[in-house]
Design a protein around this ligand. Structure first.
Ligand code: GTP
Ligand code: MG
Length: 429
């Protein structure tokens, strides 16, 4: 191909031309094809429930999906917060839903609550990491990948009527860039209507002043813009959960029965349960899934890849090269390894030198000690020798004296034995 042709092709800007069709072709069935494919494939939806032990998480899930999920009651003695995911297969008409409910077990039960949010953040990140790992695989299977990324976090607020607890604010703040948070006031039947109204305003004020981003129902799609805008103004939803059926008039309705009356779960004058169900399941489930992928997961992915050294090129001038990034990262890693090796070697040499010096010092000390002991020993030996000589001299002097004494004694004895003989002789004479 001539150079001019190449230039012409590479510089050519594709300009789509509008054509009118001569008859029906059939690509208007594309949306139906998509729907049919999605229906066959099924959907997954993952809900994270965060709230104090016994706040009504399981009851609300049962009420929302009109079934009984098997869950155990949590004890108040968990050492730390534990995430417990449970997956269920649900079917409505011909649509299959793989629903995962993740319970933050033991939330708010520890004396030190500083790190209560950490296991929740770690769980959310771990699900993003699993997805990213799948994406980075050479042989990916994202089509039938069991997506465990958390699509929504229902944050159960205790109906105190006061302000939000610092634990709630800290946890929501830590989660808001990772998951779509929908705050709900649990057990709303335990708070009066006027108190509830004030409580809602207070909560929203506190969330705004602390910069906590909660999920806003989208208003860009005309079909749902109006209802979503109205519902955004009702946040946080005040809900009541119950699976008990009570007869009201001629109908059996889900409600909580008290000595003074009945609180109907699905009565909009009694609580916001219906609003929550509409927003969460019927209107915005797909948006929650999409936001999770395009906003929260994207942020995680970007940070993670940047951390790994990947960068996008500078617009059109420098296209991103995986090979170059890999090489640069490898070089960086090798030089870091070399630096660490050199550091370790130097440390080892220093340590050996230090030990050598210590040993030399010890040897010198020992030598000095030995010399000193040797001197002491020689001195002692000399003293003992002197003592021995003195003793020997004393012994010989003593022996000499004894010999002299013995000689004197024998002379004296001889003299005394001669004297009576002379006396006898004198008498006889
Ligand atoms: P753990 O999983 O053990 O942390 O508890 P939970 O948050 O799942 O609470 P659960 O649904 O087990 O409910 C605890 C108690 O609260 C039960 O006795 C429920 O009947 C009661 N309860 C649940 N929802 C409501 C509610 O909306 N209002 C009132 N008043 N009580 C509720
Ligand atoms: Mg429970």
């Amino acid at each position: 191909m001539a150079a001019t042709d190449l230039e012409r092709f590479s510089n050519a800007e594709p300009e789509p031309r509008s054509l009118s069709l001569g008859g029906h072709v059939g690509f208007d069935s594309l949306p139906d094809q998509l729907v049919s494919k999605s229906v066959t494939q099924g959907f997954s939806f993952n809900i994270l429930c965060v709230g104090e032990t016994g706040i009504g998480k399981s009851t609300l899930m049962n009420t929302l999906f009109n079934t009984t999920f098997e869950t155990e009651e949590a004890s108040h003695h968990e050492e730390c917060v534990r995430l417990r995911p449970q997956t269920y297969d649900l079917q409505e008409s011909n649509v299959h839903l793989k629903l995962t409910i993740v319970d933050a077990v033991g939330f708010g039960d520890q004396i030190n609550k500083d790190e209560s949010y950490r296991p929740i953040v770690d769980y959310i990140d771990a699900q993003f990491e699993n997805y990213l790992q799948e994406e980075l695989k050479i042989r990916r299977s994202l089509f039938d990948y069991q997506d465990t990324r958390v699509h929504v976090c229902l944050y159960f607020i205790t109906p105190t009527g006061h302000s939000l607890k610092s634990l709630d604010l800290v946890t929501m703040k830590k989660l808001d860039s990772k998951v779509n948070i929908i705050p709900i006031i649990a057990k709303a039947d335990t708070i009066s209507k006027s108190e509830l109204h004030k409580f809602k305003i207070k909560i929203m004020g506190e969330l705004v002043s602390n910069g906590v981003q909660i999920y806003q129902f989208p208003t860009d799609d005309e079909a749902v813009a109006e209802i979503n805008a109205v519902m955004n103004a009702h946040l946080p939803f005040a809900v009541v959960g119950s699976t008990e059926e009570v007869k009201v008039g001629n109908k059996l309705v889900r409600a909580r029965q008290y000595p003074w009356g009945v609180v109907q779960v699905e009565n909009e004058n009694h609580c916001d349960f219906v609003k929550l169900r509409e927003m969460l399941i019927r209107v915005n489930m797909e948006d929650l899934r999409e936001q999770t992928h395009s906003r929260h997961y994207e942020l995680y992915r970007r940070c993670k890849l940047e951390e790994m050294g990947f960068q996008d090129g500078d617009g059109d001038s420098q296209p991103f090269s995986l090979q170059e990034t890999y090489e640069a990262k490898r070089k960086e890693f090798l030089s870091e390894l070399q630096r660490k090796e050199e550091e370790m070697r130097q440390m080892f040499v220093n340590k050996v030198k230090e030990t050598e010096l210590e040993l030399k010092e010890k040897e010198r000390e020992l030598h000095e000690k030995f010399e000193h002991l040797k001197r002491v020993h020689q001195e002692e030996k000399r003293k003992v020798e002197e003592k021995r000589r003195e003793l020997e001299e004393e012994t010989s002097a003593f022996n000499r004296r004894r010999a002299a004494v013995e000689a004197l004694q024998s002379q004296a004895l001889h003299a005394t034995s001669q004297q009576p003989l002379r006396k006898d002789k004198d008498k006889k004479n």
